[in-house]
Design a protein around this ligand. Sequence first.
Ligand code: ASP
Length: 582
Amino acid sequence: MLRTHNCGELRQADINKKVTLCGWVQKVRDKGGMIWIDIRDRYGITQLVFDESKTSVEIIKVARSLGREFVIQTTGVVLERYAKNDKILTGEVEIEVDKLNILNASKVPPFTIEDDTDGGEELRMKYRYLDIRRNPVRKNLELRHLMLQHIRKFLDSQSFTEVETPFLIKSTPEGARDFVVPSRVNKGEFYALPQSPQTFKQLLMVAGLDRYFQVVKCFRDEDLRADRQPEFTQIDCEMSFITRDDILNTFEGLIKHLFDQVLVYDLGDIEKMSYDYAMEYYGNDKPDTRFDMLFVELNNVAKGKGFKVFDDAELVVGICAKNCAGYSRKQLDALTDFVKRPQVGANGLIYVKYNQDGTFKSSVDKFYSQEDLKSIASEADAKPGDLLLILSGKKEQTRSALSELRLKMGTDLKLKNNAIFKALWVLDFPLLEWDEQSQRFHAMHHPFTSPKPDDLELFDTNPGDVKANAYDLVINGIEIGGGSIRIHDKELQQKMFDALGFTKEESEKQFGFLMDAFEFGTPPHGGVAFGFDRLCALFGGSDSIRDYIAFPKNNSGRDVMIDSPSTIAKDQLDELGISLSE
Ligand code: ASP
């Protein structure tokens, strides 16, 4: 080894030892007769001291030539520090240097390698290897590593086998676009990168593996957001001979184990909520249950008073913001502007203030008497001092807009406590959703999800009403994972493909291999996949999964460090038989 200790290791007990350290130059302070240099590695920082009256001229000269981020090796004796620094672990000691070697020089880094850097996001991504030298980024990667170890340990203890599945496959239907890879050997043909290993894990169940997991990259060509990357990591799992509750219990175990081991946090039992309930009371299939502010349907009390907007609406629905009756005109206008933003999509916002003195004030006083407003308030269980915020319109859009408003109020009123974790399983999703554009049903989860047995009959009459044996794990309003009990019967699988509007030929071409396998003794099976990057971000207390990925892509799917995607040489294109249109 080029060193005897690392830069975070030395303590008072090491005083008088001769040590050798290696690391990067963090800081040089040259006070004439004395020079101090902080040397840094991933373990910490140690102070080196050079005293012109004692240290050799050559060493002093080398010390003066050092710049930030030079890599050095240094040997010296550990001394007790005169002025101790309790902010760093090695703050009681320093090293009186008698050897100093430059292992590698460095250009001046484009941003400071400090916890609070002066580098902007784009610059940090371009020089991500420098960014990772910073404590906060490195710590995120260490957290990711730790979580991965616990996941592997837990799943191994439950007899899961880790199996790798191929990346060069054919399209898997997870609802996004595929990334495709042209084949040189089979010109004109393409592989698709897996959106998930879905069909393979099911085949592993047919193969009798019984319990499978994989820490796996998935690729989806979708529009990007803070919590989406074109390639991301899943903890992908599948089990045989199980019911839905066996899956929920097993993975509740995994999640609780992680919280316990990594955050020393007792998650408690994971609540279960039906999709219908989540939509009705939170307007969202991934409700943030850290705070209440549940939706109250107001059709009965708000309609029929001559206010056309409400009278014509399919749904009038509100939330009660506790102790917000004092909101100013300006605050209410800001909320109105918020709900009218195209991303939220409401036409306007109606408020009812329940004043402390028991009177009411609303934006629709013209149509509603004090009595009327009182009955609206009591429907919402409002108390003096509360503020009702009401939206109306088409059911789905209105719920979705009110959900956005609820989440905003949660943020504004500081109800989203990041030190608290509220987990729930959302159950019984619809199996299919109608797509207006293509005028056909799409699988809400994916086409291998089984319908709830009781709903099988509805398949032929009202396919849109069939519920799926599917589940999502939601924590603090973030979808952390999802899965389902699968169809394991060829006939039912064909019926599902029919409902999705696939012709026999299409389903045969795309999934014939799976249908074939289903003819060779398929065990009942089901599984789940967790978004590992999101789980890491949640554990680390960040909204951005990028912070937990060593080399992430930016918002346009670009890796600005290696400058990818990029063009390829004409030769390469020719070999693949591809010509580009101008
Ligand atoms: N393959 C699914 C997904 O990626 C998860 C599952 O059904 O197990 O969302």
